[in-house]
Design a protein around this ligand. Structure first.
Ligand code: SF4
Ligand code: SF4
Length: 437
């Protein structure tokens, strides 16, 4: 029986490993659709961002209530998963609570901590479900948060509740079995699951073993399934938020990326450089029309987006009723990347499918509504920069399609000729000071 369980466990582990690996490779090749970008600047600063923003959740605490409950889930995720190591060893070698004899009293402390976190995660998930579905917090009700994004968020919260219940059920039945069956090593008293013990007290040993095994299998298969599911979900942020905070821009928020080809040419026209403007054999694209025109960092950010909507809830364009939602910009980028990646994987046309990020996912109306204020960048808890993508799309429309609104075009022309947005001759710019003595 134990050997059959070991074989079954190895098969389940192998199948899960196969699909998780396949999905990780797909995500990695999707990100590689983007343009390579060096990670420059001080590495220490980047590590500090990872530790404070991703690991320490610093920016989350601007909104205390969700931050507190999110922290419980996050801590639970990090710490309870240590127990998975024991599950895996037990599954492979047919042991039961392999660490208990070695850790003695500390094992009991550890299990009680895990149980405390399991209850905390359970409560936090219930609170989040209520906030989304009963209180209907505004930022979760926007147009982009219907269908799959809403189902995804609810599914993951429900799965976590069920997984935590499985841990508590397993521990409750396990404690009862410790007095009836030698295979069940002593864990000492486990505080939270003890409250569930009366529900199982009257059952015979075989039924208890069945329930304990069922809860064990449910939990480990659930964890493996959850890991695979996460790669299809916004919950990928639990891994990629760390990567994103490492590669995020270190420049001040107002910094806009220049195009070296253009800035060299302008500098040379203004006599600010002696370098001759670089002439490219194949002129690159100005701005971005599709995901391959964005950088790999932009694409990592799209996968790291938690769909929390903090950016959209601070966006002045969105708040004044415009169609723009920076969260949707990130979700669209990820969806388009997934679409292209899927097409390439089945030998389809990939990027040549007649669609593009600009037009088929994100409209000009959306990008033109952006005031470049950086409020979304400031609000994002994982250092995502939706503005960078918006500016690249807008750059494409202006420079490749000459499709910027007419008023913008005359402003561009004024800047070119008068060095100001207004139609003054450069020599007239200081007329206002003429009468000053
Ligand atoms: S930069 Fe644009 S998208 Fe971001 S908050 Fe400001 S207006 Fe909204
Ligand atoms: S970009 Fe940042 S703030 Fe906006 S939804 Fe994604 S994670 Fe939240």
């Amino acid at each position: 029986m134990v050997i059959a369980q070991q074989i079954l466990f190895l098969v389940v582990l192998g199948i899960a490993g196969f699909f998780i690996r396949k999905r990780v490779l797909r995500i990695s090749s999707n990100i590689k659709l983007g343009k390579e970008q060096k990670v420059s600047g001080p590495t220490l600063e980047r590590i500090k961002n990872v530790l404070l923003v991703a690991f320490g959740q610093r920016k989350m605490f601007k909104r205390l209530i969700p931050a507190f409950f999110h922290f419980l889930i996050y801590a639970g995720f990090l710490i309870i998963n240590l127990e998975v190591l024991e599950f895996v060893i037990d599954g492979i070698f047919g042991t039961h609570r392999v660490f208990a004899p070695y850790l003695g009293g500390f094992y009991n402390v550890l299990m009680n901590v895990f149980e405390f976190l399991a209850v905390a995660v359970l409560l936090a998930c219930v609170v989040f479900l209520v906030r989304r579905n009963v209180l209907k917090i505004e930022r979760f009700q926007s147009a982009e948060m219907t269908q799959w994004p809403r189902l995804d968020a609810n599914l993951i919260l429900t799965i976590e509740i069920v997984l935590m219940m499985a841990i508590l059920t397993m521990n409750a039945t396990d404690q009862l079995l410790q007095t009836r069956n030698d295979h069940y090593v002593s864990t000492g008293s486990l505080f939270f699951s003890s409250y569930l013990m009366p529900a199982f007290q009257g059952l015979n040993t075989e039924t208890l073993v069945f329930i304990e095994r069922f809860a064990w299998w449910f939990h480990i298969v659930g964890i493996l399934g959850f890991t695979l599911y996460v790669t299809y979900s916004k919950h990928l942020h639990i891994f990629l938020a760390f990567v994103n905070t490492f590669v995020a821009k270190l420049e001040p928020k107002g910094h806009i990326n220049n195009m070296p080809v253009v800035s060299n040419e302008v500098k040379s026209m203004l006599g600010l450089t002696t370098e001759a403007p670089t002439v490219q054999a194949t002129p690159g694209r100005f701005g971005a029309k599709d995901v391959n025109d964005l950088t790999q960092h932009n694409l990592i950010a799209a996968y790291a987006c938690t769909e929390c909507g903090r950016c959209t809830s601070e966006c002045p364009a969105n708040l004044t009723g415009k169609k723009l939602s920076p969260r949707k910009i990130m979700m669209d980028t990820r969806d388009r990347m997934e679409e292209v990646g899927k097409s390439i994987a089945i030998g389809g046309p990939g990027l040549q499918d007649g669609k593009a990020l600009l037009g088929d996912y994100i409209t000009k109306e959306e990008i033109n509504a952006c005031t470049s204020c950086n409020a979304c960048v400031e609000a994002c808890p994982v250092l995502i920069n939706p503005l960078e993508i918006i500016l690249e799309l807008r750059r494409y429309v202006s420079m490749e399609e000459s499709g910027a609104p007419a008023q913008w075009n005359s402003m561009f022309q004024n800047i070119e000729t008068s060095f100001a947005p207004w139609k003054f001759s450069p020599s007239d710019r200081f007329n206002w000071a003429k009468d000053e003595k």
